[in-house]
Design a protein around this ligand. Sequence first.
Ligand code: GUN
Length: 302
Amino acid sequence: MSAKLIKGTEIREEILEEITAEVKEIKEKHGVVPGLVTILVGQNPASISYVTLKIKTANRVGFKEIQDNQSETVSEADLLALIDRYNNDDSINGILVQLPLPKHIDEKKVLNAIDPDKDVDGFHPVNVGRLMIGGDEVKFPPCTPAGIQEMIVRAGVETSGAEVVVVGRSNIVGKPIANMMLQKGPGANSTVTVVHTRTRDLAAHCLRADILIVAAGVPGLVKPEWIKPGACVIDVGVNRVGEKVSEKTGKKIAVLKGDVDFDAAREIAGAITPVPGGVGPMTITMLMKNTLKSLKFSLGLA
Ligand code: GUN
């Protein structure tokens, strides 16, 4: 039987509606809305398209939104001064510096300069530490892992006591999602294994997974025979494997493939995320959730 599809595009709509309603309520009661600034340095086409979507989504849910575009040649000192200005601006609850940054700028220095209480990406070491401690300490879980956990919960998949296998150990996805799934609390309490490029028998580990989360960046890495029948498979891979002409717009668009051999995996898994339309739409959605949360913290509502 074909697996149930866990569609990020549908879950996104549910969450954005929840956020919009909450923003409206806070505006009526407290006269303020969440403020998000997106800082883009240079003209990287992928970054431009991500930032454009972030701005569009922020507007849709009723946030105050500032798009701060800086030239490719902006100095590190000027960028740090800009961040300092937004750190001290009470109307701004979330500061996002789009990565990657040009080579002459120290990315770590820039991310560390963001006030941890406005770091809605969850990349600042303070927020990484808070995530590790878990529970009430967590302020801003990083957006892609938060989206993954939300999808698992909303798909009704039991996580308590489940064997979770995470393929990939990046700072942005693998390490944080592994940490989140092993914490005490709803949507977690799992037994977690992280596998990576040096793991001896990837297939054997994957085959044990009740929930298999794949963030390796290798198209089609996970084969159907690595999947336990009935497992929940979350494919975080977004690999550009070619180009095609869009039927809708007539423009050239990228052909995307996940880290899982989707067509075959679908026949074995109990639930699976598609690519595109799976985890992808969740990242920006959770950025909105974190920005709203930041305002709520500042108003004493969270
Ligand atoms: N570049 C690619 N993904 C991200 C992200 O989630 N946040 C930021 N700040 N930059 C990115």
